[in-house]
Design a binder for this molecule. Structure first.
Ligand SMILES: [Zn+2]
Length: 61
């Protein structure tokens, strides 16, 4: 089986993604591709993941 299709790797989860259809973000002039919005969000703002978790835990003070 030939795989001549260009593929890219999701830097968050390591999954192989198709650059033609995958969502992407640029950083330092490089383009990164992601399997889904969850990985994109983690890439863009890892802090917000922690904060939202903390927030959910202490919602009722
Ligand atoms: Zn992913």
């Amino acid at each position: 089986m030939k795989s001549s299709k260009p593929v890219s790797k999701d830097p968050i989860c390591g999954m192989t993604v198709d650059p033609a259809t995958a969502i992407h973000a640029e950083r330092n002039g490089k383009t990164y591709y992601f399997c889904g919005e969850t990985c994109l969000k983690k890439f863009i703002d890892p802090q917000s993941q922690k904060e939202s978790r903390k927030d959910a835990k202490g919602c009722c003070g």
